[in-house]
Design a protein around this ligand. Structure first.
Ligand code: SAH
Length: 242
């Protein structure tokens, strides 16, 4: 049964800039077969569209309840983690996980989580990838590893389905940090790095990506911990301006 604490209930599927509405419908169907229902569309090229309805068949409810967002940040802001799916390895990325390990991590985490998929032609942009805490790969033929968008959604939903019911009981107490909390921390770190002249924003240093990589390896940061780091930054900034 899908309860509120079930990973199937807490997981949203986010499609970034999908160009083919048939894939949106097929993704809705893939989700429903595995018990997921929360579909988010970031700037879809063509939606609503009859092709989406044809491909969704009996998953029309998932399609009709899909929420449309102008940008990825808005679609994942209150999640405690976002997992970016990419067929291609990236030179500079957040923590990389295979799809099975990613599903296991999602099940362990508290709060809502997002699996984020790229556009059919171009995949995810670097900025979209870096807005997520993990980079996830579905193992496939090294000579042809790019799955159809809806089929990639199917694999993720299947892995989550196979783990559902095995989730750890929710811990009471500290609130987990959300993606929006982390974005606040990154912006603050960058501001402090510039202000202290540790970092020249005009240089093409990888500092921003480095911070994201670093914190992507802290899987369950608490909101209070983010606040402590930001409080320290505030104090240092104040001391410097005196
Ligand atoms: N041509 C694009 C691939 C687009 S496939 C590229 O080179 O990136 C559409 C989306 O499906 C991808 O952005 C990714 O989110 C997902 N996807 C396809 N194959 C995948 C794989 N092997 N591992 C992880 N995600 C995959």
């Amino acid at each position: 049964m899908v309860t509120a604490s079930s990973p199937l209930f807490r997981t949203r599927i986010v499609l970034c800039r999908p160009s083919h509405p048939g894939n949106i419908g097929a993704a809705a169907r893939a989700m429903k077969t595995m018990g997921l229902a929360d579909l988010r569309l970031v700037a879809p090229e063509k939606f609503p569209a009859p092709e989406a309805r044809w491909m969704a068949t009996n998953a029309i409810d998932v399609l009709d309840n899909a929420r449309i967002h102008g940008g990825l940040a808005e679609a994942i802001a209150e999640c405690t983690a976002a997992f970016a799916l990419s067929a291609r390895p990236r030179e500079w990325s957040t923590q990389v996980l295979g799809v099975r390990a990613a599903a296991a991590r999602a099940v362990e985490l508290q709060g809502d989580v997002a699996f984020v998929f790229g556009n059919e032609q171009a995949g995810l942009t670097n900025d979209e990838m870096l807005a997520c805490q993990y980079l996830v790969h579905i193992p496939a033929n090294p000579g042809f590893s790019s799955l159809n968008l809806a089929q990639a959604v199917q694999v993720v939903c299947y892995e989550l389905f196979m783990l559902s019911g095995k989730e750890v009981p929710e811990m009471k107490g500290e609130k987990p940090a959300t993606v929006a909390d982390l974005e606040g921390l990154y912006a603050h770190l960058e501001q402090a790095a510039v202000q202290s002249e540790f970092f020249d924003p005009a240089s093409n240093s990888k500092l921003r990506t480095r911070f994201r990589r670093l914190f992507s390896r802290v899987p369950d940061m608490e909101r209070e911990e983010v606040n402590i780091v930001r409080g320290l930054l505030n104090a240092l900034q104040k001391a410097k301006s005196k």
